[in-house]
Ligand binder design. Sequence first.
Ligand SMILES: Cc1ncc(COP(=O)(O)O)c(C=O)c1O
Length: 383
Amino acid sequence: MREVYLDNAATTYPKPEAVYAALERFAREVGGNPGRGGHARSLEAGREVLRARDAVARLLRVGDPSRVIFTKNATEALNVAIQGVMRGGGHAVITSLEHNSVWRPLEAMARSGAITYSIVECGKDGALEPSAVRAAITPETRLIACVHASNVTGGLLPVEDIAEIADERRIAFLLDAAQTAGRKELHPEAMGVHYLAFSGHKELFGPQGTGVLYIASGWEVEPLSYGGTGSLSESSSQPEFLPDRYESGTLNAFGLAGLRAGVEFVLEAGVENIRGHEEELTLRMLEGLDRMKGITVYGPRDWERRVGIVSFNLAGLTSSEVASRLDDAYGIRVRSGLHCSPLAHRTIGTLESGVVRAGLSYLNTAEDVDLLLEALGAMLSSV
Ligand SMILES: Cc1ncc(COP(=O)(O)O)c(C=O)c1O
């Protein structure tokens, strides 16, 4: 049985060969702690981290690579921005498609009485009216946080309009690009994004344990953690300069060596080509699903408003039954349930059922899509 991996929205598998090679090279041939010593292995580890930072800065077209901060995942990056901006209190605005990595930190701060926040409701198809964001702003609003593409519907949000609204009011704008980094052009300076957070292990093909936070000039906040940075060690204060201000403790240099190779793979393939490939596969999947009776597909249909994540349910089966049958009987890996995004499921009406989610990557093929469609066809005829 040929395995079909379609859980790329959780984490990509497989990775490009260059990523495995970079990980092996670091583990076997480098091995030092970056920025922590003057010896050859430490210096080479430091150069690996610099190369990773430069690669991400090129991807984002950010002039100053020190604004690229490495974190352990998107969640940590989002928390630095959210807790940093909201530290002194105030009001935040989010959408009803946010992941728990945005919702939970705000909810925790709100429960402790430190802040308030509003959730702007999106339509059942995941569409967001930018004027609803403007209407939710109060004189106390300090942060607007918004997902770029929903990890449940695959739908893109009108982030350029939201950035404009944030800019008009001088409100911090945080973009959760966990599902768009590597598969959609992402240029925070041109887009007016003040904080950009994403994972390294999804469409950038890095290993798990890698994430990025970009902070625009003038929007620096207090860090979440303090400690050794390998710089200004004589001082009891955290360095003010970036990236050290936000990178306390030993970095995941091993993972970052892999992330560098993943980002270079994306740059070489070209983000627009990656998007074109995913368009082809996504439309093939959507058309195939549309031909079957008994399947409900969620999210927008128009490619301009989506990325390569397709969510659906089969009549007569729960989403977890579908996912485990696909896994056991067909070797097809998808994810069922709520995908850490109960707000999004409430929005599209699937909080009870969850959905089956097929997440594509650049390394999937048309044959992968056809094998999924065949398996679903066989399952439907036996329900
Ligand atoms: C939209 C969105 N935001 C945030 C995250 C959190 O990413 P990580 O698990 O890398 O922290 C995810 C992960 O699936 C996501 O899809």
